[in-house]
Ligand binder design. Structure first.
Ligand SMILES: [Zn+2]
Length: 418
């Protein structure tokens, strides 16, 4: 082990209690999005940067959703590494179904419970501490390190990383490391692309006994949803350049993300997440609207999917369809330099060498990949994310901090090559 890296690891061990307490306090400051007010959580980030005397900028196109950006230059020329995480978390409703306080950050049997524990206040904590530890070594490192902690990720919203990419491209750098949940056995080099569609169905409507008088908007919606679900049977493209990286890891993906996940990585999935129609049980519904979340694996052409959806709608003249959102599927080379550091450090520190996979969900890392900047995601287990009793294992969290610190260190230890 390189002596500087060993010093960093010793430092993390010495700071163990501080790291855990930092994460717990981060969780205790609610930042559900929607509605998206992250001020209390952001103040927690700011106070740590302040305590270390680190300069940062607040970039807040939305007053209650500040983004925090901090950078430093190292003494030796080199590449620019970006660390990125988000502050906002999924809502926790009124806590129904939780057996722990969603904002209590209780530490029980080695697990910290609370909304954001795994998605992604533990990952963001890893990024912040990586930034601060390496900042102290800036006289012996190469290049530049930028930390961006954003407030609008959960809704793919416009006020977070998307805003920074448009207005502050200086945060992008040459490579991105992100701590969104993956599980110890996996790092992500790509992700599927969400295509969200809104359908509206309008008919004349009638008395519920007079079904001969009008087609039913709700029945038509059910038929269209059934036909859309057939998109899931389309064969994935067999010859794209990521197939080989995904071959042979099904067992690991299923173990990390739940049985069936590996199957879904390579195929289209269709989820009619929202359906609303009709007024009364004894009326033929005149109106129904529904929204469908289609996830495209790498290699599918969205134009082809739109054509198939139009074909389906063409059989139902009462149906209109509009696109709400589309983020194309994206990927970096599965064997990028940062991938190598994450694999090697994870293996050296925990004994588990993570394998490259494409994620089912969507993260801000896509924005780097759209710019052809390699982005690697490595974080805690995603199994509990977004659900009740979301939690992170303390050991997994600390291992992730170690892997992030060491991988960022490795990247910034290499001088620029001509
Ligand atoms: Zn997340």
């Amino acid at each position: 082990m390189n002596p500087t890296k060993q010093r960093l690891l010793d430092r993390i061990d010495a700071d163990r209690d501080q790291l855990i307490e930092y994460l717990r306090e981060f969780i205790r400051r609610p930042s559900p999005n929607p509605p998206g007010d992250t001020l209390a959580s952001a103040a927690h980030v700011r106070s740590l940067l302040d305590a270390h005397g680190a300069d940062y900028r607040i970039i807040a196109p939305n007053d209650v959703m500040p983004n925090i950006v901090a950078s430093f230059d190292c003494a030796i020329p080199g590449r620019h590494l970006a660390l990125n995480g988000h502050i906002d978390v999924f809502p926790a409703g009124d806590g129904t179904g939780w057996t722990r306080d969603p904002w209590g950050a209780e530490l029980i049997d080695g697990q910290i419970y609370g909304r954001g524990a795994c998605d992604m206040k533990s990952g963001t904590t890893a990024s912040i501490f990586s930034f601060l530890y390496l900042r102290e070594l800036r006289e012996e490192l190469c290049g530049r390190l930028t930390l961006s902690v954003v407030s609008d990720e959960e809704t793919f919203g416009p006020w977070g990383a998307r805003y920074l990419f448009e207005h502050h491209p200086e945060i992008i750098g040459d490579c991105c490391l992100n701590g969104e949940p993956t599980g110890r056995e996996i790092y992500r080099f790509g992700e599927k692309g969400p295509l969200w569609l809104r359908f509206t169905v309008n008919t004349h409507g009638a008395h519920g006994a007079y079904v001969h008088r009008s087609k039913s908007a709700t029945s038509i919606a059910a038929k269209v949803i059934g036909e859309l679900e057939a998109l899931q049977d389309l064969d994935p493209p067999a010859d794209d350049n990521i197939t080989s990286a995904l071959d042979g890891i099904s067992d690991i993906v299923d173990r990390a993300w739940g049985e069936g996940a590996a199957h879904n990585v390579r195929r289209i999935t269709v989820n009619p997440g929202l359906v609303s129609g009709g007024v009364k049980v004894n009326m033929v519904a005149a109106q129904c609207s529904f929204e469908v979340d289609i996830r495209l694996p790498n290699g599918f052409d969205v134009g082809d999917i739109h054509a198939r959806v139009e074909e389906i709608c063409g059989r139902f003249p009462e149906v209109a369809c509009e696109q709400i959102l589309y983020n194309p599927p994206n990927w970096s080379p599965p064997d990028s330099e940062m991938s190598g550091y994450v694999r090697a450090n994870a293996k050296a520190l925990s004994g588990i060498e993570p394998v490259p996979a494409v994620s089912l969900g969507c993260t801000d890392a896509r924005l780097w990949r759209y710019r052809d900047v390699p982005a690697v995601v490595f974080g805690p287990s995603p199994i509990e994310m977004g659900g009740v009793d979301e939690c992170v294992a303390v050991d997994e969290f600390l291992d992730m901090v170690r892997v992030h610190v060491c991988s960022a260190y490795d990247y910034l230890s290499r001088e620029a090559t001509a």
